[in-house]
Design a protein around this ligand. Structure first.
Ligand SMILES: C[S@@+](CC[C@H](N)C(=O)[O-])C[C@H]1O[C@@H](n2cnc3c(N)ncnc32)[C@H](O)[C@@H]1O
Length: 189
């Protein structure tokens, strides 16, 4: 995984507001790292790509990466982080644009963002997920209050597992040992 020094060097180059600080993402990235070998050789879609730190790790295993990131500032950060992965990775501003690349997608990664999708976007995603064989969702355990702009309820393990199960995935949950966040992995059953 990226070293603290390299992360801090990237932060100096990133324009705009920075979400992906070491304090916010390092533990979650470390936790996720053990699951990434299951993406070996796959064409992976990542939603909520932010500054590209997940993309860097995913690209060590995947054969191709498609990211979606609507914020222009975060997208600019992604391009700086991913400057050496131009042949194997592309970024799009929304799900609809991402569709153009989606024909061969096998796997989905969505970290701390599923709850942000609009109902229409969830519809697009469901359509495509029939073709995917692996899904990795990461989320914080702490609930989201009224200010947490939850639109669809997909921020609890129960809701996410039910959503994936209804789409034909067998689900496994992985919990951070201090219970701060979790991953749900779905394999097509
Ligand atoms: C809480 S941050 C999580 C970032 C990163 N995935 C992580 O785990 O550290 C949520 C990200 O999702 C992006 N986002 C918001 N709405 C989105 C949407 N409708 N489709 C895709 N990404 C979205 C935000 O711009 C932001 O980069």
């Amino acid at each position: 995984m990226i070293s603290r020094e390299a992360h801090e060097e990237l932060m100096k180059k990133w324009p705009g507001r920075i979400y992906a600080t070491p304090g916010r993402v390092t533990k979650r990235l470390t936790h996720l790292e053990g699951l990434l070998p299951m993406l070996k050789g796959k064409n992976v879609l990542e939603l909520g790509a932010n500054a590209g730190l997940h993309a860097l790790e995913i690209c060590k295993w995947a054969s191709y990466y498609t990211g979606v990131e609507p914020s222009p500032a975060y997208a600019a950060q992604w391009h700086i982080t991913m400057q050496y992965n131009r042949d194997t990775a592309k970024l799009f501003p929304n799900l609809e644009h991402g569709l153009i690349r989606w024909q061969n997608i096998d796997a989905l990664v969505a970290c701390v963002m599923l709850y942000l999708l609009e109902p229409e976007e969830l519809g697009y995603l469901r359509e495509r997920m029939r073709d995917f064989d692996t899904v990795i969702i990461q989320e914080r355990v702490a609930g989201r209050g009224k200010k947490g702009n939850t639109t669809n309820g997909l921020h609890t393990p129960e809701a996410i597992t039910a959503w994936l199960t209804a789409q034909g995935f067998a689900c496994y949950e992985y919990w951070h040992r201090k219970g701060k966040f979790f991953e749900i992995v779905g394999h097509r059953s």
